[in-house]
Design a protein around this ligand. Structure first.
Ligand code: CA
Length: 234
């Protein structure tokens, strides 16, 4: 069963989300606060994805996102944000969210975004850890294992979300080639994705924090102004 944790303090919005996800074939578990979300996540378990409102009383959605990412790097996380809170979207993605949906949203928009991320999450489910070592791409200090979805730097494992893995896989298959944002978006999120291109920039920032020695002066993922990004091998 495709199980989603829905975290939203406003009962009418939560109900609207749950009804539409159930109709689309998802099993949902509800939480009305950040505290409840973390408790339910630990007690119920088996979640493939979380829909997480940012503005929650008590522990806010950003903190919940960071806590959930500590528990799972591979689960899908979509933040629910208010239209005016531009900074919230960026902060949410930096905390490890894969995507965001802006309120108010239509049922079809919500389900499309959930379906799109769910496909990415489920494709790689179960591959981590238990799979035998498979095909690898080595670039300098880095080894990307395509079967296990793992990345190591000088032998140390770097935890990646599913979207981050897709981006790194695209870079590693195209070293020293300039990749533009819309290609990265198509590759990592799927060409059916209907969100904004700037989500790519935030994911790149987050990846740099994980892989670069000095994220503010990146040596691996380099910005090529006006064109896109490039993985530099030397
Ligand atoms: Ca709220």
């Amino acid at each position: 069963m495709k199980r989603i944790l829905v975290v939203e303090d406003e009962a009418n919005i939560r109900e609207f989300v749950v009804i539409n996800l159930n109709r689309a074939g998802y099993d949902t578990v509800e939480a009305a606060s950040g505290e409840e979300a973390l408790r339910v996540y630990d007690e119920v378990g088996g979640f493939d994805m979380v829909l997480l409102d940012i503005a929650l009383p008590g522990i806010d959605g950003l903190t919940v996102c960071r806590e959930l990412r500590r528990r799972s790097s591979t689960m899908g996380v979509i933040m629910l944000t208010a239209r005016t809170q531009e900074q919230d979207k960026v902060s949410g993605l930096m905390m490890g969210a894969d995507d965001y949906v802006t309120k108010p949203f239509s049922p079809s928009e919500l389900v499309a975004r959930v379906d799109s991320l769910y496909r990415r999450v489920s494709v790689s489910a179960g591959k981590k850890g238990d799979a035998p070592a498979g095909e690898e791409i080595m670039l300098g200090d880095f080894v990307l294992n395509l079967r296990r979805h793992s990345l190591t730097k000088r032998g140390r494992e770097i935890e990646l979300t599913q979207i981050e893995f897709k981006i790194i896989e695209y870079f590693f298959n195209n070293p020293d080639v300039i990749l533009d944002r819309s290609d990265i978006l198509d590759r990592a999120w799927g060409d059916d994705y209907c969100g904004e291109e700037k989500i790519v920039d935030v994911n790149i920032r987050r990846l740099r924090m994980k892989i670069e020695d000095d994220p503010s002066h990146p040596h691996h993922i380099v910005t090529v102004w006006g064109l896109g990004y490039k993985w530099v091998t030397v």
